[in-house]
Design a protein around this ligand. Structure first.
Ligand code: ZN
Length: 267
């Protein structure tokens, strides 16, 4: 049972039903294990009209091994993953970009795989007008995290841009895994927003194990992303080793306000 509370210590915004757990699962477990209240909010968790799927949406379903009711299945995977981490969940009714259509013409907004990497189109930002009020009506939290947008997936950009407009400079960013496996990811963030500074949060062995176990709950996504459970486990471990746990970003001037070390997170 998922009883959403009035307030949380930490709120994590996930573009899709997997991104936050893939990127922040270790930190989330460490936070909940130390008594903090965490809410994972997935933006693109809504149902499409399954009678009007575009070829791109059909292709995505095939990749996920899912048919009609795909999103209900994916939401259940997320429920299991969040339970593994001791976090509450909330699913917003925005559709994944493979389902989104122009409200006036009914035309598909993204028709090819390459279309879904880049900034959201103007019609999409029109559709996104509903998101700021959804974010503003979420439970209050001491700290809110959004994706840094590494990889440039349109849903990640959509979430990042609107979250930044709503939460402003207090927002913290996580590196989108597995897009951030590329060494250039940190450079990408600094070049785009030079005022952001990073901090790596070390993970205990138990936290890493919990993270891996929670990612396993997204069975429809593990195979298309990693090809196998074993490859997922080794890539998650490898990345944690490379960045010293999980890496997060925040505006540099807030570092001074918070007096140095552990500027983003206090446990
Ligand atoms: Zn994603």
């Amino acid at each position: 049972m998922n009883n959403i509370k009035y307030s949380y210590d930490y709120l994590f915004l996930s573009p899709h039903l997997d991104d936050v757990v893939l990127s922040c699962g270790g930190l989330i477990w460490q936070l909940t294990n130390s008594g903090a209240k965490v809410l994972v909010v997935t933006v693109a968790a809504g149902d499409p009209d399954y009678t009007k799927l575009s070829p791109l949406a059909e292709k995505a379903h095939k990749l996920w091994g899912l048919k009609s009711g795909a999103m209900a299945h994916r939401r259940q995977e997320d429920v299991k993953a969040c339970a593994q981490l001791g976090a509450d969940f909330k699913h917003l009714p925005i559709q994944d970009c493979v389902y989104r259509r122009d409200t006036r013409s009914g035309r598909e907004l993204y028709t090819t795989q390459s279309d879904i990497f880049g900034l959201p189109c103007a019609e999409d930002l029109d559709l996104g007008q509903a998101l700021p009020s959804m974010l503003l009506s979420l439970p209050v939290a001491l700290k809110t995290f959004a994706p840094a947008g590494i990889g440039g997936h349109v849903d990640h950009e959509f979430t990042r841009l609107i979250a930044r407009a709503v939460f402003g400079s207090k927002l913290m960013y996580y590196e989108d895994f597995p897009y951030c496996e590329d060494d250039a990811s940190a450079r990408f963030i600094v070049e785009r927003e030079p005022d952001l500074e990073s901090e790596s949060i070390p993970l205990t062995q138990t936290a890493l194990m919990r993270k891996i176990r929670s990612i396993e709950a997204y069975a429809s996504q593990v195979k298309p992303i990693f090809r196998s459970l074993d490859l997922m486990r080794s890539r998650v471990r490898q990345h944690a080793q490379e960045v010293g746990g999980e890496r997060y970003w925040k505006l540099g001037n807030q570092k001074e306000q918070n007096e140095g070390k552990n500027f983003m997170l206090r446990f």
